[in-house]
Each structure stands twice: as structure tokens, then as C-alpha cells.
Design a protein around this ligand. Structure first.
Ligand code: HEC
Length: 145
């Protein structure tokens, strides 16, 4: 009886350890993506959208249309971050309105991917997707509550 209890509790402990390891791994995986998204945002997007995403970047006044506030994407969509639409806007495959002053980042990343992965053309789409997803994760963090 006692032995069985000991076995059960060590089983529980093992399960808890596995769970802890999994959640630690998830955090460890999410962190670099968020960091990649932040660095990309600051180097590619902040000139127009501002470092805080609110639209006040140094290049903003050169544009015909003011860059939109990216911290209100969720608020303007009934409180839900519009993943697909935002993905398509960044990638450039979505239907643009008007002049589309915003660069087509999907193309930019594809060119970058051919330089980084010239022998692995089938991985280029994944490279582009990973970079855009990292940006989406970062934008999601910027959303005004
Ligand atoms: C040259 C200036 C410029 C740069 C750089 C830029 N954007 Fe934009 N962005 C705009 C403008 C202007 C719009 C409004 C639509 C249009 O005219 O193209 C826009 C629209 C958007 C939208 C749609 C917002 C909405 O309200 O629906 C998203 C999302 C976005 N940009 C994300 C990004 C991200 C992410 C980056 C960096 C990878 C970036 N932008 C870089 C100028 C820029």
C-alpha cells in the first residue's frame, strides 16, 4: 500500500517535471521570436509607424497618407487581433487600398531568403512566414488594452 502510494506520487512528480519542462521550452521558444519581431519592427517599421507603433515615425510626414496606429489593430477589430488581415497587409498579398505607400515585405523577405537559403528554395516560404509571424507576435504585444 505504502509502496504503491510512493510510486504514484513519484509518477505525479515525474509528470509535473515533464509539464514544467514543456512550459519552460514554450517560453524559451517564444522569447527569441518576440525578440526577432521587436528587432525587425524597430529596423523596418518604426521609421513610419514609430517605435511605439502609434504612427509617429520620422518618415511619417513624407507620406501622402499618415501611417496607421498599429497599437489599435485589435481595438478596431472588436478586441480581437486581426491575424490574417495583418499578415496579408505585411506580406503584401492582400488587396491594398489606394496607393499603398507601405513596402511589400513578403517580397523583401523572399529576396532575403534566396540569399540566406539559395540551395533550399522550398524553405524560403517558411523563412518568410517565420519572419512575418515574429512581427505579428510583436504587434500583438503592442496592442492597447
Ligand atoms: C514607408 C513607410 C512604412 C513602412 C516602412 C512600414 N509601413 Fe506599414 N503602413 C504604412 C502606410 C502609409 C500604411 C497605410 C496603408 C498604405 O497606404 O499602404 C501602412 C499600413 C500598415 C498596416 C495596416 C494597418 C491597418 O490599420 O490596417 C500594418 C499592419 C502595417 N502597416 C505594418 C507594418 C509593418 C509590420 C512594417 C515593418 C515590417 C511596416 N508596416 C512598415 C507605411 C509604412
Amino acid at each position: 500500500m505504502r509502496k504503491e502510494f510512493a510510486m504514484r506520487s513519484s509518477g505525479l512528480l515525474a509528470q509535473a517535471a515533464v509539464l514544467a519542462a514543456c512550459s519552460m521550452a514554450a517560453v524559451a521558444l517564444a522569447q527569441p521570436r518576440l525578440e526577432l519581431g521587436r528587432r525587425d519592427f524597430e529596423s523596418k517599421c518604426a521609421v513610419c509607424h514609430g517605435k511605439d507603433g502609434k504612427g509617429g515615425g520620422p518618415y511619417a510626414e513624407q507620406l501622402k497618407h499618415p501611417p496607421p496606429d498599429l497599437t489599435t489593430l485589435a481595438r478596431r477589430n472588436g478586441g480581437i487581433f486581426p491575424v490574417t488581415r495583418t499578415y496579408e497587409t505585411i506580406e503584401g498579398a492582400g488587396k491594398g487600398h489606394g496607393t499603398r505607400e507601405m513596402p511589400v515585405w513578403g517580397l523583401d523577405y523572399t529576396i532575403q531568403a534566396t540569399e540566406v537559403l539559395p540551395e533550399l528554395p522550398y524553405n524560403q516560404a517558411m523563412y518568410v512566414r517565420t519572419r512575418i509571424m515574429a512581427l505579428l507576435e510583436y504587434l500583438n504585444q503592442l496592442q492597447a488594452k
